[in-house]
Design a protein around this ligand. Structure first.
Ligand SMILES: [Zn+2]
Length: 495
């Protein structure tokens, strides 16, 4: 028996309890906290999170890791040592002064970004972004990399994948998407106003809860609330909460936003109790996490089979739809449009938005473009990839908060999530040949159990590429995504 491994686990689980408290405070902050409490709340969160961080980076963690290393025999324990060591070493590589400066600059930048966006003035944000890019380069240099400085940042969100790999797959993927987009542009379009209407929020809530239950989201281990930006948060084992936001004029937002978060939550709820509280008791990566949300939101939630089952319920709640044939509704929720805003993008154009951001980030971090040239670079790429150009900064370079947060390296997760989801779906179809009829009958448990067994139950034991290899028999292969889109949209647009 590994006595030291047990001590290490105990130490890590103890730290995670403070993190649980922080999560709960965060959830409250985003949902029900009285407005005037915000300053104090930030202080309280800072204190507890700071304590947890100090404990994790303490000499004690180092000692326990060293003693436990030779005891690790099982795959789980070996992964525990590898992941904990990596996180510990990472936290030690960045000088505390740099870490603090980064925290201060990014919190200033968020306010500046909001301001700049409201005023539609890039110049108000530019000096802040300049600073954050400089600090991010420094951080990357401290973290270290072999080939590309961006690798150091990418590894924070998608361990194991390299910039080179992304740069390799993008040109072909981009061409396939642009080709499909052109075909769709020339095709007969679904009626645009078909989904227009007023949708009472209280009824949207009933619909969301109904769908969540059918998708096997367990309300005894979670809840659904409202927040400005929808999110999923894990408080502890058997406590994974989601939030959504309804729009009276657009039923799609609340509906698909809820299904998206449900995908994240089902993943978190499927992580076994014995891994919880440990660094391996988490999703494999941001990309794998996003694969689960996009899988339920798009591949399942926007499929015709799904709506064959749910359409009667939808028309019962919103009689508005009783005059609209199911097929037209389904075409309506899958409309492809050249749009300026990433978060509103459809399945075909979404990844083009991400590629643009990834290429800009990679160039910034490697000093290949200047922060002052960003709006021009952005607009040029928008025209090239999507065929339209923003007339304002807020619909262009200022639309996302990510760079103000300093989360360089995060954007590719969104693209990877879409690619992984299609690759996983391809394998599920082989393993569950009757998947379509199951969906049409509102039976989702086989799909969920498959995901649980192959992905959720593994937590963070494997790096994403190894996990995808185990699940699908190959590493990341974007062809599955392209095939999925081509076959789906051939039907949506009668191509
Ligand atoms: Zn997501």
């Amino acid at each position: 028996m590994g006595e030291n491994i047990e001590k290490l686990k105990e130490h890590l689980r103890r730290i995670s309890k403070f993190e649980s408290a922080v999560s709960l405070l965060h959830w409250d902050l985003e949902t029900y906290m009285p407005k005037n409490a915000s300053n104090k709340r930030a202080e309280i969160i800072g204190e507890i999170a700071g304590y947890a961080f100090k404990e994790f980076t303490s000499e004690k963690t180092h000692e326990l890791l060293q003693k436990a290393e030779s005891e690790a025999q099982t795959i789980e324990d070996k992964a525990l040592i590898r992941v904990t060591k990596k996180e510990y070493e990472k936290s030690k590589k960045i000088p505390p002064e740099l870490f603090i400066e980064f925290q201060i600059e990014t919190s200033k930048a968020q306010k500046a970004w909001e301001n700049a966006k409201n005023e539609d003035n890039y110049k108000l944000f530019e000096p802040h972004l300049e600073k954050i890019v400089t600090l991010s380069r420094e951080i990357a240099d401290h973290l270290g990399y072999e080939e590309n400085r961006y690798d150091a940042l990418l590894d924070n969100y998608e361990p194991g994948i390299k910039t080179k790999e992304l740069l390799n797959i993008i040109p072909k993927l981009r061409n396939s998407l642009i080709n499909l987009l052109e075909k769709i542009e020339n095709a007969d379009k679904p009626k645009k106003d078909i989904l227009n209407g007023k949708f009472e929020i209280s009824k949207q809530k009933i619909l969301s809860e109904y769908i969540l239950k059918k998708l096997n989201y367990d309300f005894k281990s979670g809840r659904l609330d409202l927040s400005e930006h929808p999110f999923t948060i894990t408080i502890s084992h058997n406590d994974v909460r989601i939030t959504t936001k309804y729009d009276e004029n657009d039923i799609k937002k609340g509906l698909f936003g809820t299904i998206h978060e449900c995908g994240h939550a089902l993943y978190e709820l499927g992580i076994p109790e014995n891994l919880r509280g440990l660094p391996i008791g988490d999703g494999a990566s941001m990309g794998i996490h996003e694969s689960q949300s996009r899988f339920w939101e798009n591949i399942i939630g926007r499929s015709l089979s799904f709506w064959k089952y749910f359409y009667p319920k939808l028309t019962e709640i919103f009689p508005h739809f009783s005059n609209i044939p199911l097929k037209e509704f389904w075409r309506g929720i899958n409309t492809v449009e050249k749009s300026l805003i990433r978060v509103e993008a459809d399945e075909v154009t979404y990844n083009l938005h991400i590629m643009l951001r990834f290429e800009i980030e990679e160039s910034l971090i490697n000093d290949k473009i200047k922060v002052s040239d960003l709006p021009d670079v952005w607009n040029k790429k928008m025209e090239e990839y999507i065929g339209i150009k923003p007339n304002s900064y807020k619909d262009g370079v200022l639309q996302d908060i990510h760079w103000a947060h300093g989360t360089f390296g995060y954007f590719p997760s969104y693209m990877l999530g879409n690619l992984y989801a299609a690759q996983i779906f391809n394998t599920i179809q082989k393993d569950l040949p009757n998947i379509e009829s199951k969906i049409e009958n509102g039976e989702f448990i086989d799909i969920l159990n498959w995901l649980r067994e192959k992905i959720h139950s593994k937590g963070k034991i494997y790096e994403p590429q190894d996990l995808i290899y185990q699940v699908t028999g190959e590493r990341l292969n974007p062809n599955y995504f392209v095939d999925y889109l081509n076959s789906k949209y051939a039907k949506v647009y009668n191509l």
